[in-house]
Design a protein around this ligand. Structure first.
Ligand code: GDP
Length: 296
């Protein structure tokens, strides 16, 4: 189920509740059961759905007992607030500062949109006047270097990489040193993706993290992969210190549930979302407006 459908199913369930002449426990349960079904079909992790339902019911009981207030409004408010909570964590993303040589390492599986996202992310900071350098430490995929090089040229950012070197740690180190010596504000490392989660990939990520000691590790996740978002996010989180998440492909066929699951799995905030293939199709993420957009 795509994101828009999830939103209209939830809005529909709330609207149906609004239209009921009497809002009793049965009506609220019916409404919540529809919302639960919609969230399940959108690939939200079941444990988080249960928590949402329990919290909404608790809220309804607490508030309605207190003052006989409007139960319809309480349900609506509680659903929105619980969805928002699912997308937020107490953990705040690392605040990068201009003038400091921030090192950011990107991780994620092949095809998720990592290389495109790096260009978008770099462009976001370039537009703010930052000096940004890109390092290609993906020595696994033939063509990775060319792709980053082309993207770098489009956004007019310098890049560091090699056609012949096979050791990603060596390249990452050299690249970081190169941009550091020239006092760049932001040094971004593109890492190998592979096409599945495998030990070799995670060992490489760990080694890179240990050597370059990044200020921030960003996990890039394809929002269209559905239920496997949770496991994938958790696997990366277990290997490296994921500080924040960027969700890609939240445009036409996006599954909203993946976003919810990624936050749950990594307990890391989503900072940006990708909404298309172009470099400016990139937005800062804000849970409240995201939920509003989903619910229409
Ligand atoms: P990588 O293997 O993870 O580095 O992935 P790429 O950056 O090569 O992207 C894989 C494909 O996804 C490319 O065709 C990109 O244009 C596309 N892509 C990346 N981000 C987005 C996005 O936000 N929306 C859409 N629709 N496509 C995207």
């Amino acid at each position: 189920m795509v994101l828009g459908q999830l939103g209209s199913r939830i809005s529909g369930a709330l609207k149906k509740l609004h239209e009921k002449p009497i809002i009793d426990e049965e009506a609220i349960k019916e409404c919540m059961s529809e919302i639960v079904k919609a969230l399940l079909q959108a690939d939200v992790n079941a444990a988080y759905i249960k928590k949402l339902r329990d919290q909404v019911m608790l809220q309804v009981n607490l508030e309605a007992d207190a003052a006989g207030t409007n139960k319809r409004k309480i349900v609506q408010r509680a659903v929105v607030s619980e969805l928002q909570k699912m997308l937020e964590t107490d953990k705040k993303p690392v605040k990068l500062r201009k003038g400091k040589q921030n090192i950011v390492m990107f991780v994620g599986l092949q095809g998720t949109g990592k290389t495109t996202t790096i260009a978008k992310y770099a462009y976001f900071y370039i537009k703010k006047g930052w000096r940004v350098g890109l390092v290609c430490a993906d020595t696994f995929r033939a063509g990775a270097f060319d792709q980053l090089k082309q993207n770098a040229a489009k956004i007019k950012a310098p890049f560091y990489g090699s056609y012949t070197e096979t050791d990603p740690v060596k390249i990452a180190n050299e690249g970081v040193e190169y941009f550091r010596s020239q006092t760049y504000d932001l040094i971004i490392i593109d890492t190998s993706g592979r096409n599945k989660q495998e030990e070799g990939l995670f060992d490489e990520m760990k080694m890179l993290e240990k050597t370059i000691n990044p200020d921030e590790v960003i996990f890039v996740m394809d929002s269209t992969i559905g239920q496997s978002c949770f496991d994938q996010a958790q696997a990366f989180k277990n290997a490296v210190k994921v500080g924040s998440v960027i969700m890609t492909k939240l445009d036409s066929h996006a599954k909203g549930g993946g976003a919810l699951s990624a936050v749950a799995a990594t307990q890391s905030p989503i900072t940006f979302i990708g909404t298309g293939e172009q470099f400016d199709e990139f937005e800062e993420f804000e849970a409240k407006s995201f939920i509003k957009r989903v619910l229409g």
